[in-house]
Each structure stands twice: as C-alpha cells, then as structure tokens.
Design a protein around this ligand. Sequence first.
Ligand code: NDP
Length: 337
Amino acid sequence: NRQMTLAARPFGAPTDEHFALVDTDVPTPSNGQVLLRTLYLSVDPYMRGRMNDAESYADPVPLGGVMVGGTVSKVQISKNDDFKEGDWVLSFAGWQDYALSDGTGLIKLDPARMPPSYALGVMGMPGFTAYMGLMDIGQPKAGETLVVAAATGAVGSMVAQIGKLQGCRVVGIAGGEEKCRYALDTLKLDACIDHKSEHFAAELAEACPAGIDIYFENVGGKVFDAVMPLLNTRARIPLCGLISQYNRTELPQGPDRLSQLAGLLLVKRITMRGFIIMDDYGHRYPEFAQQMGQWLAEGKITYKEQRVEGLEQAPQALIDVLEGKNFGKVVVEVAKD
Ligand code: NDP
C-alpha cells in the first residue's frame, strides 16, 4: 500500500522534499469495515494549508502522516452490509492506494450516470463551493456584473458559468492567453482579463464599464487590488480563497491598507463574507446536486478535468496548482479500473 506522507513542513512553496512515498501492508478490514482502493485523488489548494502547523478550520496533517484528500474509490473487500465489492464511492481516503472505512461519510456513486471522477469536481466540493458561494453570498441578479478570479479553475469555471445562467455579465480573470481564450470561447464569458498583463488593472476597468456588483474572490493579492476601486455600492464579495497568499512567508510590503478597505466596505456598504463549504453548507448538498445534475444533463455546463497519472505525481500536481500551472480540475489517476 503506497502512501504519500508529509515528510517536512514547507516554509513558502512546497517542493518534492516535503513529501515521502512509503510502502506499508494493505490493511485488513474487520467486521463492519470495507477496504477501499483509490482510483482518483482530488488535488485542491486547501491541501497547502494542511501542511502548515497552524490553527485553522481543520487540523494539520501530522509529520509522517498520510496527506489528506478526497478520493473516488472502489470497494475491494466488504465486511459492511451497506456496501458490496465493486461499489464506487466518494471518500476522503487521502493520498494512498488503500484505506479502511466503517462506511461513515461514504457516498455511493453510479458510474452509469456520469464519470465517477466528476464527484471530485463539477458534482463535488469545487462545484458545490461555486454554487453556494455565488448563489447564497453573491445573490446574483440578471444584468449585474460578476467578476470571477481564477475563472478557468475548478471553482471559478463553475462560478462563471452559473453566473451566466443567472443572466449576469461575467468577466473572468485568468493567467495567460490560453486560459483567457478558453474562458471566452468555451465558457462563453463576456470578457476575460489576463492578470499577468502589464496593464491588468486598466484592462479590468475597461471590461467593467458599469462597475462590479459581485466579486468572487479566489486569489487575493494584486487581483483584489485591481478589483477594489471598481466595486459598486452594495457589492457582494463571496470570500472563497486567497491562493496567491498560500505560499507566502511574510506580509506584503507597503503601507497598511486595512483602514482603506474598511472605509470602502463602510461607504459602499459592501458585504464580504468568508465561507468554508462543508462546514457552512454541507446540509444543502442535495439542493446543489439536483440543480447541477440537471444543468449537466441539459448541456448547460462545461467541465474540464486535468488528469495526472500516478500517486507519485501528486506532490508535483499540488505544487503546480499553487503556481497556476494547472488548467482545469486536477485529478490524479492513482489506479486504473
Ligand atoms: P483552481 O483550479 O482554480 O487552481 C488554482 C488557480 O489559482 C490556478 O490555476 C491559477 O489560475 C490561480 N492562481 C494560483 N496562484 C495564483 C497567483 N499567485 N495569482 C493569481 N492566481 C493564482 O483551484 P480551485 O478551483 O480548486 O480553488 C480556487 C480557490 O477556491 C482557491 O483559493 C481555494 O482555496 C478556494 N476554495 C475554497 C473553498 C471554501 O470552502 N472556501 C472550497 C474550495 C476551494 P490562473 O492561472 O488563472 O491565475
């Protein structure tokens, strides 16, 4: 049983040295348990946070512990009446080939309905995050301008498309020409601005002639700096993530701008609300699944997966996500079915 463990805690960007692949015996299920074989492992930005020994909404991975993560797994041996061999399940088995479960939290998947790996993306945590953040906090209305950061990513691409379905004018922000082209041609956004462009802030302003009513924040840093002056009165900001800051080692240079931000929130009566998807909205998953399943069946949502082969590639896949080198939802194919 190969397991990818946390070998050292990174200061700044993680590298290969922070991970170690170890081999252990395949565990044996006791009564009430199932043995799960991992087929797909989800790679997500939050995993960087779990590598730190810092207080957060979830416990850190202990040194030497198996890296955590959502998986699509298959039941290999069942000693639990609720599951049979061959069942596909959504699990949180982590970065390893095999794991035991007593069935708690496992969700059965139907491979005849859609590719099982969708449970890690469009139908899973990232899609759910996009839906709740936009619909509950963003409160989109037809005709409003919605700006989405990391617009071609797992969460952002869903926010952008749901925004279009609500009748918003949607402006994406993405890194590089290829991603911006995809946002326009495939996701059908109204505009997409490259944050690596020299004139990024001016180009964003030009793409938002009526200001910004909703800003879906995934990134922070200079992207937020460019958004701030364009925010309209009563704008809403679902604060979903700040990926540009996850590898930072010190606070940004320059004057303290907290009072400037607070002043803006006050004068423009802006709502900025953070959320942690499963903690805050777990109970609303069925509502999301019903709606997203319908949109998918109607062909209204496009979903892009980036497959990476082999558990040994998972560290590099995470390193790449944190540097914007991924294009679409990153899924590691740990084993072939
Ligand atoms: P993505 O698929 O969007 O991948 C991350 C993307 O972030 C990269 O492709 C890159 O896109 C962008 N990025 C990375 N570094 C930078 C940087 N320094 N500056 C600007 N952009 C950068 O990941 P997810 O969709 O899985 O996650 C998106 C965000 O949502 C993250 O912040 C994540 O933490 C958050 N999240 C929050 C949840 C919650 O419950 N609050 C749940 C799930 C996700 P590009 O090349 O276009 O810049």
